[in-house]
Write a protein that binds this ligand. Structure first.
Ligand code: SF4
Length: 382
């Protein structure tokens, strides 16, 4: 099986007040130099295990706003990747896009460059909520972007939605779901808004300028999303992800299954499996330092750690538990040479007794209640 390649493009037109990604507001950005740095890092990694001689199963351009880049830049990166690796014939190649940054020509250029899946950050179709979220696009931009993507030949289209925004109601979310489904995506991600430390929303919350929805309301919204999207043909397969049958995001499945992925670009993280254990590393977050170091030495690692077998086993559990069908006990034993119940029996018994975990028929997965309290379940395996 090939590996997954992630490419980080760190610039955005404006910084959304809830965003804690490694992204920077800019009106100009050093696109050619950054692509040179990406190509240099790809070249360096191509000579290393476990990437050397392997093939690529999925590629994901994330950010930031990768759709700010010209199709020629994306094509240069894909060309460089195909120089060093075989890109599998059915490889999933996704590009994240802000609906306010595309037109028909750009989307056609991305398709011609080899991108075959577009992911639009729609977030909402309600103008007041889009404004509150600091988004630069309108609901009409999203509608037009989805139409243009279909016309450009993208039959794989994801729309991101956000729920539990202060002031939002369940009717608002239902309307957002209807508006998203009407655009014919094959995949919808619906995220619960979080208030991450260091973001403007976090300080607004601390200073009492905004108030989080009560947790019961948030749980009711999540339950509604979990019911409404499957009723419209999008089966839930992960805590926040829903897809038409067979259209799950293969790139993200790599992360949730604990497989190897190579992250290239400022602040990108990578994980390379070494037997049952693994090594993870992460790059310089600052685009300037990333470019300087990579163009000089071919890489810009800022830190790394070796994950021992027990830590890797815990990670395997909480990553796989994000998936609705969890994991097979046999897969766990094959990978770690020991049974799940042997290592995590005490945690499993407690979580099953609390009604959060289901451990039966050779599989372990979250219950409905476990989905709502997923973070506290995952904490048991860290
Ligand atoms: S567009 Fe996306 S990456 Fe950029 S600031 Fe907004 S949420 Fe963050």
């Amino acid at each position: 099986m090939g590996f997954s390649l992630y490419i980080h493009i760190p610039w955005c037109h404006a910084k959304c007040p809830y965003c804690d990604f490694n992204s920077y507001a800019a009106s100009v950005w050093p696109e050619d130099r950054y692509v040179d740095a990406i190509v240099a890092e790809l070249t360096y990694r191509a000579a290393q295990a476990p990437w050397r001689g392997n093939s690529i199963a999925t590629i994901f351009f994330g950010g930031g706003t990768p759709s700010l880049f010209a199709p020629q830049s994306i094509a240069r990166i894909l060309d460089a990747a195909s120089r060093w690796w075989k890109i599998e014939r059915d490889a999933e190649i996704t590009l994240e896009a802000n609906p306010g940054t595309v037109n028909g020509e750009k989307l056609a250029g991305m398709r011609a460059a080899g991108v075959n899946r577009i992911s639009f950050g729609a977030q909402s179709f309600n103008p007041a909520i889009l404004k509150f979220l600091g988004r630069i696009h309108s609901a009409e931009d999203t509608r037009e972007a989805a139409r243009m993507a279909h016309r450009a030949g993208f039959d794989r289209l994801n729309l991101d939605l956000i729920f539990a925004v202060p002031g939002q109601t369940t009717d608002d979310i239902r309307a957002d779901i209807d508006a998203a489904v009407a655009l014919g995506p094959d995949h919808i991600s619906a995220y619960n808004l979080t208030f991450e430390e260091g973001t403007p929303f976090f300080s607004d919350l601390k200073r009492g300028r905004i108030r989080q929805l009560p947790s019961d309301d948030q749980a009711a919204m999540y339950a509604m999303v979990r019911m409404e999207l499957p009723r419209r043909g999008y089966a839930m397969y992960e805590i926040s992800n829903y897809a038409a049958p067979g259209h799950e995001a293969r790139h993200n499945l790599t992360y949730w299954r604990g497989e190897s992925y190579l992250g290239i670009g400022a602040g990108a993280h990578s994980f390379g499996r070494i037997g049952a254990a693994g090594r993870r590393w992460w790059n310089e977050r600052s685009p300037g330092r990333y470019m300087d170091r990579t163009l000089h030495a071919g890489l810009a690692e800022a830190g790394s750690e070796v994950t021992g077998e027990l830590t890797a086993a815990g990670e395997f559990v909480f990553l796989n538990l994000r998936l609705l069908d969890g994991f097979a006990l046999a897969d766990f034993s094959r990978r770690f040479d020991r049974g799940f119940n042997e290592i995590f029996g005490a945690q499993a018994i407690k979580l099953v007794a609390d009604g959060l975990l289901i451990n039966q028929d050779g599989r372990v997965r979250l219950s409905d209640r476990g989905l709502e309290l997923a973070d506290s379940v995952f904490a048991e395996f860290v």
